[in-house]
Design a protein around this ligand. Sequence first.
Ligand SMILES: [Zn+2]
Length: 202
Amino acid sequence: MTVSWIPHRFVGGVLALDTANTVVLRIDPQRTFDRFEDTAEIGRFAEAASTFRADELGGRRLQACEPQRIAPVVVAIREATDRLLRNGVREGALGTADLPPLLESCAQGLAGVREKIGAAEAPFCDPATPIAFEAALAVSALSLLRPGVLERLKICPNCGWLFTDKSRNGSRLWCDMAVCGNRRKASRHYKRRMAQREVDDV
Ligand SMILES: [Zn+2]
């Protein structure tokens, strides 16, 4: 079954976090699953991310024409990003022990790539041509090491996704209020009703 890469799947706020979130429910070992298990999804994800992450990418499109070939490096960057930042959110600081896997996988993603990044007008270089997805993913992941990023990072208590809280007062609880916030509210409501019924049954 193919994945619908709908806007909800891009609530991480940063390409590298959206990619980390392609493993769903990391907080629940019984129900967790990987949306890149079918490597063809990497290409479809890159296509959708080109639109949903256009701000970060300066309008440059992502190219992943050989998803099977790039899958190992994409997954390595993804897993290293998730480990470093998930631990970072939990502990309030980044652990240097988690850095080498990220740096090594990002080096692989950038091997042989000759781009100019970080310019104000073209953060990912020339928007007229596409950029290799694994290279853009590496740049995005490394950008998360900037000061000030960690304090805005959160883990959604419902689905376990990592996301950047861009709200002014930093009070966002859910990755997506419309999905996770409501789902949790509905389940609380259900539990209350069941508890009430038990009381009524006595
Ligand atoms: Zn969520």
